[in-house]
Design a protein around this ligand. Structure first.
Ligand SMILES: [Zn+2]
Length: 415
């Protein structure tokens, strides 16, 4: 029962969170015995919660649901125990949780009412690119997601999104909106489980019920996802993290969902429209005047200055992890100054989204320019420094390193 319901809900939300136990309760309520127990419990609960405000009582319910669902989840998955891994997730999570507990952010869905939850962050030993949240402050990040993000900023984006589902009480809204439907589904599922899937009719009934449920839930989840994205941006903008991480993460998701079907997508597979979400995220970042520097939050190739390993006082410009150019001292300019100037120009070009068509190579003089400006010129001194390479060889090596970087970048569609 729990597994079947869990799977059903997991299909539709990253917050795969409708606690199986509460759904079980609804289904179980069909029997008188359970109803009696339930009433007794409710009465006891009422007495003990007299002192609480309605908000506090609601928060207590969320915490209880979250605790039960987490316990269920942790029966099914192993947790990653690696201290460094957990410390990374916790450090980022705690900062964002504090912001969520202190700052009310407009809710496009759910409720912005602050309930001070004690957030808990755990890592599931699972290769799916996935994260999920449970009401009341429980956030789970899959190992597969940690391997997929390219920076702490991207990880912060995912955590902020999950926190937003919790802080804006999305699950409570979902449960309220579909409570009628839930009862029908619960009965249908219960019937199916009793029949252990052997009866064709029950199978069909279940299928129909599931489709209705999924259709309904997708509508809700789309609003919930949008609110989680927008709220995450608000939290990130107040945090130490760069909010652009949510954009690069979503863009890569949109791209890889199409390009790399072999990856196990877990719940993100059914997250609504990553391409559409990327556009909404970009709009929101622009509205907030966040500088859109994707390179700052990804492992995109950069140019670097390196000291030659075998030639004293000689410096090299590298790009995309490959040596591009070994600079000789020319006209009173040191090797270091020349190589450094090339690296700085290149990084500025890369940051501004330079592409192959902006690059020109000339043979006389042997030089590379970008957007009409000289990037590097191969001199006689360079040729004698790198002998037996000729000026033409040096130019070719430099151009090829740049070419490979830009082709790779275009393939990755970072821009
Ligand atoms: Zn979500």
């Amino acid at each position: 029962m729990a597994a079947a319901l869990g799977a059903l809900f997991a299909l539709t939300l990253c917050a795969a969170t409708i606690p199986a136990t509460s759904s079980e309760k609804e289904a179980g309520a069909a029997t008188e015995e359970k109803t009696a127990v339930k009433e007794e419990k409710a009465a006891a609960k009422k007495a003990s919660e007299k002192a609480l405000t309605p908000e506090e009582r609601a928060a207590e319910t969320e915490k209880k649901q979250g605790r039960e669902a987490s316990a269920e989840l942790e029966k099914q998955y192993k947790l990653v125990k690696d201290e460094a891994v957990n410390a990374r997730v916790e450090r980022i999570g705690k900062e964002l949780a504090k912001l969520a507990n202190e700052t009310e952010v407009h809710a496009h869905y759910g409720s912005p009412k602050i309930a001070k939850f004690d957030y808990v962050f755990k890592v599931l030993d699972d290769k799916d690119v996935n994260a999920l949240s449970m009401p009341g402050g429980f956030v789970y990040i899959n190992k597969g997601l940690l391997d997929y993000v390219q920076s702490d900023d991207e990880l912060a984006a995912v955590i902020a999104h999950e926190i937003a589902h919790i802080s804006h009480h999305h699950m409570q809204s979902l449960l309220k909106e579909q409570s009628k439907l839930n009862n029908q589904i619960a009965v249908a599922l219960l019937a199916a489980i009793v029949a252990k899937g052997s009866a064709g009719d029950v199978g069909n009934l279940m299928m129909g019920a599931q489709m209705v449920q999924i259709a309904r839930l997708n509508g809700y989840s789309r609003q919930a996802e949008k609110d989680a994205d927008m709220t995450a941006i608000a939290y990130l903008a107040m945090s130490k993290s760069n909010p652009v991480g949510i954009l690069t993460f979503m863009e890569r998701l949109a791209r890889d969902e199409v390009a790399r079907p072999a990856i196990e997508w877990g719940i993100y597979q059914t997250h609504p429209y990553p391409a559409e979400r990327s556009r909404d995220i970009l709009d929101e970042l622009r509205k907030r005047n966040v500088p859109i520097d994707r390179r700052a939050v990804t492992t995109a190739a950069m140019a670097e200055l390196k000291k030659s390993e075998n030639k004293p006082d000689v410096f090299e410009a590298w790009v995309g992890g490959a040596k591009m150019f070994e600079a000789a001292a020319v006209d009173g300019q040191s090797s270091e100054d020349r190589a450094k100037a090339i690296v700085e120009k290149l990084n500025m070009l890369l940051n501004s989204g330079v592409s192959l068509r902006d690059i020109r190579r000339t043979t006389d003089p042997p030089a590379i320019s970008a957007r009409g400006e000289l990037l590097l010129q191969v001199t006689e001194a360079d040729a004698s420094l790198s002998a037996p390479m000729t000026a033409a060889d040096i130019l070719r090596e430099a151009y090829n390193a740049l070419y490979r970087t830009l082709v790779e970048q275009d393939l990755q569609q970072v821009y």
